[in-house]
Design a protein. Structure first.
Length: 142
C-alpha cells in the first residue's frame, strides 16, 4: 500500500483540504499520515480522515523517510517558515527523504515561486490529486 505523508502546520487547514481530497479519490487504497508541526494541525488533519498522525519535529523527521510520497505547502521545505514552526531539521529531513514530494506553491513567507499561476487552494489541490498523485500512484502499482 502506498503511504502518503501530508505535512502542515499552524491550523492544519491546507493539510486538511489535501487529505479530504486524497481520501475522496483514493479511499482506503492509500494510507495517509498526518504530520503536524503542532498538535492543532495534526488534530485537524486526523479529523479530515488521515489514517495515522504524529506531531512535532522529531516525528516528522522520523517519518519522512518511511513514506512513499510527501505532500504539503512549499513552506515545509523552508527552514523557519510558518512563523518558525518548520525547523531546520524538518526542512532538511523532508529534502533528504527519498519520498516523492508534491508541494503546493503557497507560502506566507517572502518567497515567490516564479512560473506558477496564482490559483485558489481548491484548484491547486484538485490538480495535485487528479493529475500528479493519480499518475504517480498508477505508475507504482503492479
Amino acid at each position: 500500500m502506498i503511504r502518503i505523508a501530508v505535512i502542515d502546520g499552524q491550523g492544519g487547514g491546507i493539510g486538511s483540504v489535501i487529505i479530504k481530497k486524497i481520501k475522496e479519490v483514493f479511499g482506503e487504497s492509500v494510507e495517509v499520515w498526518a504530520l503536524g508541526t503542532n498538535a492543532i494541525a495534526t488534530s485537524q488533519m486526523l479529523k479530515a480522515g488521515a489514517n495515522r498522525g504524529a506531531t512535532g519535529s522529531s516525528a516528522i523527521c522520523h517519518c519522512a523517510d518511511r513514506v512513499d510520497i510527501i505532500v504539503g505547502p512549499i513552506s515545509i521545505v523552508i527552514a523557519h517558515s510558518m512563523m518558525g514552526e518548520v525547523t531546520s531539521e524538518i526542512a532538511s529531513a523532508i529534502g533528504a527523504s527519498r519520498a516523492r514530494k508534491f508541494l503546493i506553491p503557497l507560502a506566507q513567507e517572502p518567497v515567490h515561486i516564479v512560473g506558477t499561476i496564482r490559483e485558489p487552494l481548491p484548484h491547486l489541490v484538485e490538480s495535485l490529486v487528479s493529475e500528479y498523485l493519480k499518475n504517480y500512484i498508477e505508475e507504482q502499482r503492479p
